[in-house]
Write a protein that binds this ligand. Structure first.
Ligand code: ZN
Length: 307
């Protein structure tokens, strides 16, 4: 509690120099700090107090790395929701009303062309966020986001997130880190789509999804979904799945479930999988924590504070 109060004072000093409108922010921050001192979660409107929920708090790597006082700006507005498989979180062109910070599960962002063709551009899990590009100034989503593996997420309205971001260099830095990881992923996907075989690309997408599937080798993916991810016809998907079954990288594909053999799948995938996974991990791990610590010297990131 004392630590949170010290952070709050530090934040207020910085905000004065930035000329932020503090009235509403201070009220929310004080409310968040009060939550931190409560033993019950009943005080939070959603019934879940993210400030006090260890598993919830560390579930998203971007949020977990925020210093205590900066996370406190967001905490009162975060609502834990279930994200169901196949549900569409936002459609391309829609106004971005909410940001989502996944705690588990996998979300694919899909680019839809005017002729109805689709192709996946990114897979997002607990290392990222959905809708965070609105923090860069865009109000409408450039992509459609669809849940591919069910899970949970913390939701916050765009307006409330932007208010917090305007008064928190650490939250602004978190947006930069996410943007770097997003650009890295998009660059790799562009190169991969142009240079690597459909089979290698499918293996890469399956590995990215498996990384976010809580260890299950059964992935709930239909051939229609694979066609949507790869941007190829169903007949091509049928042929590639058949080839991968012959090589035993896929053990079975029945009733909309793909059973994978991970080591064999890694052998089929192009180099993009390992390079991309490593780079994203490095950006999120070192970028977020390092920036947060530099911005708020002496304040441990939230992940350290709650462990
Ligand atoms: Zn590739």
């Amino acid at each position: 509690m004392r630590l949170a109060s010290q952070h709050m004072l530090g934040l207020r000093r910085r905000n004065h120099t930035r000329g932020c409108l503090l009235d509403g922010v201070e009220l929310r921050l004080r409310r968040a700090v009060r939550h931190a001192g409560m033993s019950s979660r009943a005080g939070h409107p959603s019934g879940v107090d993210p400030m006090m929920d260890h598993a919830t708090r560390v579930g998203n790597r971007l949020l977990a790395a925020l210093p205590q006082a900066d996370f406190a700006l967001l905490a009162p507005h975060l609502r834990k929701i279930v994200i169901q498989r196949d549900s569409m979180l936002v459609r391309s062109g829609d106004r971005i009303e909410h940001l989502l910070f996944p705690l588990s599960g996998a979300i694919a962002t899909i680019m839809e062309l005017s002729n109805g063709q689709t192709v996946a551009t990114t897979i997002v899990g607990h290392e990222g966020a959905v809708g965070l590009t609105s923090a860069l100034g865009g109000s409408r989503s450039p992509v459609t986001a669809v849940v591919r593996i069910s899970g949970a997420a913390l939701q916050i309205s765009t307006a409330q997130f932007l208010t917090a971001q305007n008064c928190s260099p650490a939250i602004a830095a978190m947006v930069q880190v996410f943007t770097r990881s997003l650009l890295t992923q998009l660059q790799h996907v562009a190169a991969c789509n142009a240079l690597h075989s459909v089979e290698a690309r499918l293996a890469r997408w399956l590995l990215h999804i498996h990384d976010r599937a809580n260890g299950s080798d059964l992935l709930p993916l239909t051939q229609e979904t694979l066609s949507e991810l790869l941007g190829v016809r169903r007949t091509t998907v049928t042929h590639v799945v058949s080839t991968m079954r012959a090589s035993r990288a896929l053990k079975s594909n029945r009733r909309g479930q793909l059973e994978i053999d991970r080591p064999r799948l890694e052998a089929v995938a192009c180099e993009c999988y390992k390079i991309l996974s490593r780079r994203i991990d490095r950006i999120v791990s070192h970028g977020t924590v390092g920036r947060a610590n530099r911005l708020q010297r002496g304040a441990p990131p939230a992940r350290m504070a709650v462990e």
